[in-house]
Design a binder for this molecule. Structure first.
Ligand SMILES: [Zn+2]
Ligand SMILES: [Zn+2]
Length: 222
């Protein structure tokens, strides 16, 4: 009897040792943690800092309760490159490319770059370029997301200027969460304090924003 107890004790010690030396052997899956089934992938393009990837990852996990994984870095696709006004990347082309190259196992992909991205801005409800056309023909933006689609893109390029690291990361997280909100089906929201208010596309209002979704938007994506 003592011999059996001894064997059990040794086995328990060995098992404990395995988990001490290999703590990642048993990782809880997203669903066990209570995340919703949608898996989000962050797709870094070029030299995105790991601190930026990690920051966006935890911000999306926290706000949307979805599992977020970081995909292996890719080069920015040449097809999105433009020199219309400056050398940079067209956000709509990059978004398209990102959606087309999304791994099947992932529902939503967030393209992340430190390069400047731009779009053409049109007059509300038309295909006429906003005035002045020289400016809106190729207009620099922070992010772009497909409403109810599968991808969005976020650029950190315009977020550093004259601010602390802390402010930079708050801006980056808010923009990423705003764009993911679009992908989850949210349109712009009239509630001023809501993260989905379209004023959240200007840096001043991003800084002033509460950074959270209003109750209506939060409910809509539950
Ligand atoms: Zn928006
Ligand atoms: Zn809202």
């Amino acid at each position: 009897m003592r011999k059996v107890a001894h064997i059990i004790f040794v086995l328990a010690l060995a098992l404990g040792a395995i988990f001490i030396f290999f703590p990642n052997l048993y990782k809880k899956t997203g669903q066990e943690i209570g995340f919703l089934p949608t898996t989000v992938g962050i797709q870094p393009y070029g030299n995105v800092k790991s601190t930026e990837m990690d920051s966006v990852k935890s911000a999306i996990e926290k706000m949307y309760k979805r599992e977020v994984i970081i995909l292996p870095t890719l080069d920015l696709p040449k097809m999105a490159y433009t020199e219309i006004r400056y050398p940079r990347y067209r956000a709509d082309s990059l978004l398209q490319w990102t959606a087309e190259h999304k791994p099947d196992s992932i529902a939503i992909v967030v393209g992340l770059t430190n390069q400047d991205i731009s779009i053409t801005k049109y007059k509300e409800g038309t295909r006429e370029i906003k005035e002045p056309t020289w400016m809106y023909n190729d207009f620099g933006i922070f992010g772009l997301g497909q409403v109810g689609g599968s991808a969005c893109v976020v650029s950190s390029n315009r977020l550093h200027k004259g601010v602390s690291d802390k402010t930079f990361f708050i801006r980056l997280n808010r923009i990423a969460c705003h764009e993911v909100g679009h992908v989850l089906g949210l349109h712009h929201c009239p509630t001023q304090s809501c993260l989905m208010n379209d004023a959240n596309e200007s840096i001043k209002t991003i800084d002033k924003s509460t950074g959270v979704l209003c109750d209506k938007c939060a409910k809509a994506i539950e």
